[in-house]
Every structure is written in C-alpha cells, then in structure tokens.
Design a protein around this ligand. Sequence first.
Ligand SMILES: Cc1cc2nc3c(=O)[nH]c(=O)nc-3n(C[C@H](O)[C@H](O)[C@H](O)COP(=O)(O)OP(=O)(O)OC[C@H]3O[C@@H](n4cnc5c(N)ncnc54)[C@H](O)[C@@H]3O)c2cc1C
Length: 495
Amino acid sequence: MNVLSDPALILPRQRKVVSALRALLPAYAVLFNEEDTRPYECDGLAAYRQLPMVVALPENEAQVVAILNTCRDLKVPIVPRGAGTGLSGGAMPIADGVVLSTAKLNKIVKLDTFARTAVVQPGVRNLAISDAAAPHNLYYAPDPSSQIACTIGGNVAENSGGVHCLKYGLTVHNVLRVRMVTIDGNIVELGSEALDAPGLDLLAVFIGSEGMLGIVTEVTVKLIPKPQAARVILASFDDVVKGGNAVANVIAAGIIPAGLEMMDQTSSRMVEPFVKAGYDIDAAAILLCESDGTAEEVEEEIGRMSEVLNGSGATRIEVSQSEAERLRFWSGRKNAFPAAGRISPDYYCMDGTIPRKHLARVLLGIADMEIKYGLRCANVFHAGDGNLHPLILFDANVPGEFDRAELFGADILELCVEVGGTITGEHGVGIEKINSMCVQFSAQEREAFFGVKRAFDTAFLLNPDKAIPTLHRCAEYGKMHVQRGQMKFPELPRF
Ligand SMILES: Cc1cc2nc3c(=O)[nH]c(=O)nc-3n(C[C@H](O)[C@H](O)[C@H](O)COP(=O)(O)OP(=O)(O)OC[C@H]3O[C@@H](n4cnc5c(N)ncnc54)[C@H](O)[C@@H]3O)c2cc1C
C-alpha cells in the first residue's frame, strides 16, 4: 500500500519530489499547494477523495518520459489523469504520489481525410475529434455521454463506450495505434496505422488497462463518414419485462440498431420536466431505438424495428420526423445523469453488463433490492449492449445511506455475474469495483492479470492498488462478505 497519510513523512518527500520535477518542468507545471491540488482530489466518483502529494502537467512527450524516470528513481507512484470524468475512481490520487495530468497534451497532431484517421495527443477531448473532422463529413464513433469533457487518453484507459457503440464498436474497435511511455521511460508503439499488426495484440491488452501499464502520449483513431440519415423510435412499454424482452427481440430479428437505449419510469420522470424531451412518463419503460444509413436503409429498418417493438407489446410508438426531433428524443437520455440531481442529493452510478436475454430478470432483481436496501434506483442504460447503469439514489448526509448504496451496488454486480455477465461495462474497475473483482475472477486469473502488469510496470508504480485486487484483499472481502449464508472464499486464509 502506497498511501502515507502522516504529514511528517509526506512533507520532506514532497519537497524532494517537487525539486526533482521542477528541474524538468516549468514551475507553473508542478503543483503542490493545497489550493492548487484540491481540484485533483477525486474523479467522477466523488465519494472517494484524496489530495495528491504533487500534480505534474507535462507539455510534451519528452517531459512525460522525464517525469516517469524521476518518479521511478524516487519510487513515487504515478496516477495518470485526463479530464477526471471517470466513474470508478481510476484517477483518484495516492497520498504520496504524483498525478500526471494530460491537460496540456491537447493537440490534434494530424487529420488524414484520405486514410480517414486522426492522430491526437491524449488530452484531446473526445468530441473535439469529431468537431475537427466534421468539415470533412467524418467523425469519431465512440460517444460516451461525457464526450464534451472526457479525453481520448481516458477513453483508451477505460475502453469507453457510448450510445452508438452497439453498431460502431467500443474504443478498442476504433483505435488503430497507441504510443505510450512505460515506467522504464521507454516509448512503445502498439498497433499500427494498417488494419492489423504482426505479433501479439498488445494494443487490445493495453486498451482498458486503466493507467496501470503505461502513459498514453498519442493515439491514432479511425474516422468514419457521417451517416446520410438517422431517425429514432421512441417506444413505450407498460411493463419493464416487456421492454427488456423487446430489446432481445430486436437483436434476435437480425437488426443492429445504431443505438438501443432503455429508461425506466423513475428515469423518464426525473428527466422529462428538466429537458422536455417528450417522453411518456406513464410508461413503465421507454426504449430509444435508432437507425442510420441512407434514407432508404433507414426507412426500411425503422419499419422492421417498429414491427418487432409492436410485436413485443409496445403501447406507443413515435418516430422522429426531423433532425431537431431526433435530437430532442435523445436529449433526455443524454441528460439523465445530471437530471438525477433534481430528485436526489446524491447518486451512485453502477456499471455492469449482462447477456441481453436476462435484462428483464435483472431489472426485477434490482427492484427487489430497492426494497431490501430502502433506496430508490433509476435505470437508464445501453440496453442493446446489455450494459446496465443503475443510478442508486441516496443522501450522503443521512447516516448509513452511502454504506447501503455501496452494498446495493455490490449486490447488483453479483447478480450480473450470476446471470453470466460482468462487473463492468465501460466505466472500469478503479477502486470502486475492486472487491467485486474477487467475485468475478479466481485467484489464478487475478494472478495472470498481475503477471501482465509486472511485464509492463516492473516497479509497480503506475496507478497501483487499482483494478486488480490482491489475494489478501479478496480474503478480507471473503471474511466480510457472507452471501446466502456462505463465506465467499472459505479456502482463503483468515488473516
Ligand atoms: C456524466 C457522465 C457520463 C458518462 N458517460 C459515459 C459513457 O456513456 N460511456 C463511458 O464509457 N463512460 C462514461 N463516463 C465515464 C468517463 O467519462 C469515461 O470513463 C472516460 O473515458 C474518462 O475519461 P477522462 O479523460 O475523464 O479520464 P479520467 O477520469 O481522468 O481517467 C480515467 C482512467 O484513465 C487513466 N488515464 C487517463 N489518461 C491517461 C493516459 N494518458 N495514459 C494512461 N492512462 C490514462 C486514469 O489513470 C484513470 O484510470 C461518464 C462519466 C460522466 C461523469
């Protein structure tokens, strides 16, 4: 564990690290006063906070290499940070560590409209890539709801997804090449600008590695042509089971919509007064089902999707008649997280993935947990991918509510694993789901993950104690966590 909280120990170490980093960077790029480091104390998982010892803001790759060499020599852990919108605590600082922010590495290096690629620095915002490509009628497909703020470096580290990833793939499907620096200060390029690269596919290993294997300094992404037309269906259901089954039926009919999202009644009621998207707030669930392509393709697909939705028991179907209406229908979905603040002081956003056929079962399971934990939950999620985002609503000022919210979240993830799913879809493990990794993976599997980490980060200094739980941690969790009367890991040591 790298966390030192004793100021008597931190201060001399801080002085040493600041003076070493100031030899490499301008003074304004090394922050250590509390008023300067406070903005870095958490990411989007604001329930967990920790002031960093130092924040470094490199402006080029050579400075990244120098920072890593220095931190390695001084044995200082490093937490990479993009925009800090992560929801699993991946960019949460370590008390005796350096936060390496990519805020100043924010240039679009090259836009190649012929090859349809863009080469960008890690701190470039997701949406800025599409904005730069828009005059050429191109865009970058993965579209996290946070795309106005989140960076491509963070997207690579989390393998981020979005509404349109059902049809166009996640970050891993849209990145051709990553240039990164290892803890040894070596610059390594993974992947290539061609469709494939010889050797082991280390690019796929790296994408989603949550800042634990290297610091991304440049990314080559694919750009694709903007579809000529897009329309979205807004379908209402009087029962979440029918809505869940409709999702499975659309895919089973051989249709891959450009987006297929579901909102339960709690979600549509919290968002509608705020955004006025035109949602049916009497429906138990609504689906947003988009088609894109040529005008003919869209018309044909909208017809087929409407047929399946009607056959699955939709009580009302509306199809967007203009681009303005399409954007209005989506605006409610896109603003669902901020709208949660209207009905609850705090919310805890979970992220698990399940086989689509189990959507209805899991939604009913979550409804039971609302009663068990005495907390409300709004479900608004990437239904086509089976990627759930339950927003557990709580009030941190009420003693015990946050603890109950955490247990509620862990229970949801265990249900996801029980039906053959996973404990994360697109938000990563970070610190938030580290205990749930003990539920999903065996000791041997977790040791294999550590093996990969050791191969890249021999010094164990890059974002340590995130994403992969130690044997000891799982043993502790096993001791604490009794499920249906059974200890989780009876075979593990008791201390
Ligand atoms: C309102 C809201 C909506 C969201 N919607 C979505 C969504 O639809 N889909 C989705 O996938 N996510 C979503 N997220 C989560 C979040 O935006 C993504 O995980 C995003 O990719 C994080 O990017 P960031 O730049 O903020 O990274 P940060 O939060 O700063 O960091 C995330 C992780 O990446 C690592 N990292 C950052 N930069 C680098 C680098 N250069 N090299 C190595 N590691 C690095 C960090 O150490 C950390 O582990 C949402 C978040 C919010 C707040």
